[in-house]
Design a protein. Structure first.
Length: 96
């Protein structure tokens, strides 16, 4: 819904604040992230794993029921993701 409104130029706001239920939804997070010019503040569980960059992925081809299929898998990361609570604790007070 947010993405459709942004695409049509109908967003009546520039900031989005959402609760922890929305913070667990990859679809919601991707949708608001795609809205250029919109600032988001979303609550999320403290044990959610995060990083500064999206992980590198590669296509993995496999066979299922005789058909060739492919899916994206995470390639061994340069740095392991950490819980968002640990990431937030490392931020200086000036970043809040």
């Amino acid at each position: 819904m947010v993405q459709a409104m942004a695409h049509e130029g109908l967003l009546p706001f520039k900031d989005v604040v959402a609760d922890g239920l929305s913070g667990k939804s990859p679809a919601f997070l991707d949708a608001v992230d795609a809205c250029v010019g919109v600032t988001t503040c979303v609550a999320m569980p403290a044990d959610t794993r995060c990083g500064l960059q999206a992980p590198r992925t590669a296509a993995q081809v496999y066979r299922e029921k005789g058909e060739g299929r492919a899916k994206r898998v995470v390639v061994a990361p340069d740095t392991a993701p950490c819980p968002v609570a640990a990431f937030a604790a490392r931020l200086p007070a000036s970043r809040w």
